[in-house]
Design a protein around this ligand. Sequence first.
Ligand code: ZN
Length: 162
Amino acid sequence: IAFGGYIETRNLYQRSTVFKNTNSDERNIHIGLDLWINETATIHAALVGKIHSFQNNTALGDYGPTIILEHEIEGIVFHTLYGHLSEASLLGKKVDDVVTKGEQIATLGLPPINGDYAPHLHFQIIIDMEEKTGDYPGVCSEKILDFYKNNCPNPNLLLKIN
Ligand SMILES: [Zn+2]
């Protein structure tokens, strides 16, 4: 699979108002990891955990159907976000449902359901969800990048793809 994009500055977000701030502090730095996989590929949980929240984020360029898992390892709580999923991925899901490592949790979404991108998975680690549910910024501005680098460490720490 092709993957990448963590802490990558991108221009493509200019097509959508979702990422525009009124003060021109533009959100164009990607803080997740994108996995460009076959559109029929199944999506599996990277770690044991439970469902924190899920939601269809329907704006153009947004995640579309999104699932966030909560994990606790050695007393440390953190989250993983799976974005650009199919609508069917959200069916039958319940908050706090246990998810085992490697369990299939979703299938990939196609455009326009997935925010209107070529099919890919957006995978992001989020330590503090900041009270958000079903959604979390996957793109940030330069001004606040230091905060997000700490709160959203490199997803490849978990995936260990070479
Ligand atoms: Zn992404």
